[in-house]
Design a protein around this ligand. Sequence first.
Ligand code: ANZ
Length: 804
Amino acid sequence: MAYNHTQIEEKWQKNWMKNHTFKTEEVSDKPKFYALDMFPYPSGQGLHVGHPKGYTSTDVLARFKRATGYNVLHPMGWDAFGLPAEQYALDTGNDPAEFTEKNIQTFKRQLNSLGFSFDWDREINTTDPEYYKWTQWIFTKLFEKGLAYEAEVAVNWCPALGTVLANEEVIDGKSERGSHPVFRVPMKQWMLKITAYADRLIDDLDTIDWPESVKDMQRNWIGRSEGANVTFKIKDTDKEFTVFTTRPDTLFGSTYAVLAPELKLVQEITTPEQEAEVSAYIKEAEKKTDLDRTELSKEKTGVFTGAYAINPANGKEMPIWIADYVLSTYGTGAIMAVPAHDERDYDFAKAFDLEILPVLEGGNIEEAAYTEDGIHINSEFLDGLQKEEAIEKMITWLEEKQVGKKETSYRLRDWLFSRQRYWGEPIPIIHWEDGSMTAVPEEELPLVLPVATDIKPSGTGESPLANMEDWINVVDEKTGMKGRRETNTMPQWAGSSWYYLRFIDPHNQEQLADPEKLKEWLPVDVYLGGAEHAVLHLLYARFWHKFLYDIGVVSTIEPFQTLYNQGMILGEGNEKMSKSKGNVVNPDDVVNEFGADTLRLYEMFMGPLDASVAWSEKGLEGSRKFLDRVWRLFIDENAVLRDRITTHNDGKLTKVYHQTVKKVTEDLEHLRFNTAISQLMIFVNEAYKAEALPVEYMNGFLQLLAPIAPFVSEELWERMGHTESISHVSWPTYDEKELVEDEIEVIFQVNGKLKAKVIVPRDLSKEELEEVAMNHEQIKANIEGKTVRKVIAVPNKLVNIVAN
Ligand code: ANZ
């Protein structure tokens, strides 16, 4: 008999909603636990079966934590600004706000159908003026502190999307969304000085419990390199240039210098004979992306400028070249080439027949650059030293001679923060006619996004807001001065950079959140989401959090203490689910046919949380079968509680019950859902074999199952005679004493050779064990006719009989 999932699930959804069953306690003396999901972008497609994998995991954890005595904050909201809604609106002539609202309703219905225990009283929406008031407020604080500034920068301009994009949003020269081509053009843009936090963003990674892979991605993205800047004079001029190097110890081996083609200095120093060749090369270089230019295997190209630099270490002349393997965007845009010990310099020197001078012992420079450590040679005062010592000594020398200094370079660039789009938070800045600029004062926030009928990007790089004269023009009431509002909007990353703070105090009218509440709830204890956010959202949110720490808003240095990445759910054939492949599974269909409990159980049973696993209809059916089996364990053919469920405990299920409580408790704590479920299955198998089902164990079992399959557990719990929600009873406990195995396998040997493996009662004495061995058929046969010389018995392990 199968249970009626639709009826049961609807019943409990209504009941939980009506009773605010999962409301976070405002005042509580319980310890806190903040379990957070990466909130969704409410797309037009509705929920995907990939969403519930992460959301169920956090939900199981939240339910488990509530039952184990925590006051749990488990909220949900909507990351609803951004390109897709706007693109959809453009394509269909709809208002993005209406479209977004409709999508949110669908998402919410779907999330509720899956039984997630969110505290909906804390729902937030990044497009709600009550919310983005504070996104704008944070921006004005960044502006006041000089961390938000306007700059003319080479931006990633995407004509197809009609906007510029952040470096993080460009992948292999294409937009992250839609894969449209992206070009580098200069434009005036808002930047956020994330580089001011580079060191802290790296160093504080050591204080959080995140997957090493994510930490490494952040470290690499920030790309901190320690080294030195060295200044080179240009022969016969008063000009000079500075290079960044991680290997100042190799200065004696630097035989030529290379400038990035775009450096202004190139034009100033190029000799008339070289001019034509140099300008042709510069034109070519402009067309390439940084990625193409730094490809190691790529053939080296470059042009001699005709000018020479002087090596400050030995006074030698070094020809100055331009080459596209040197980037204008890293270090100083110029390098000292050390072909003997750097691969790219080596290839370049070989290609253009430049001098290769070894300054480290080892390797064979006839064949390749020697990039290992070694004793310095040809380097005067560095001769005989190893790398680390030599670097230090050279830096001291450079600083003494005032031709260089210790320096750290970062790959991280400031965060390009403006978008020329409609559907985002307006940047709260006014440009006055006298050329000054002010932030919109706090009492005038939120600066509401005006309702627009035409949201087409202008194509000139200006936002659609630029067409809204009424909104743009402002007059200062006191001075009568005229001004224009900033027309750019914020990127989608803005609202998601601090939303976890607003969940803590979502209705606060005076402040972003009450400092006392922030203190109570931060940091987020467990944060769960996809690995694709490793360097975008997770880096931006850490940056804003540190800034808010600096201005006294939050009191922890990091926002998310423990991070988990859930694996993907792939199509049945093991490929990505996509509309074009027609292999997308809709959670609504699964809920209708099998029930939400089945979907939850199935997704938690698929494999470890971080593994990517293919969807399987068979697996789904198997999960449903298990729940039907659970149902039948409690409910008989007449739809009433089985009379095998009794207050009488014959002890037959005692051990497996205690084992199950222990295993499930430990596994849920560490998000090992699949193994917890296996143990629940073991219990059910044992229970089917038992004559008596003690009430105590059956109640406990339902509690263990409830975080994973909450609807059916709540229903059976009620049928067991309880009136209080299963979510509000404390977690079952186990007794270590009951766990001890009472039997154990030992081995019997004759003359050291294995003759039998036998199950015996645990902790038999030497004598008892010896007696069992001597009476064992196998042993008796083996020692027949022989004289027993010695018997060695080791309790719980073995008996060895020496006989001849
Ligand atoms: C001399 C040298 C000798 C270097 C040697 C390396 C090895 P990371 O570690 O990635 O920070 N470099 C500096 N600025 C550059 C630019 N704008 N474009 C391309 N290359 C640049 O790399 C630092 C090293 O990369 C620097 O140290 C410099 O080459 C090169 F045996 O200087 B080195």
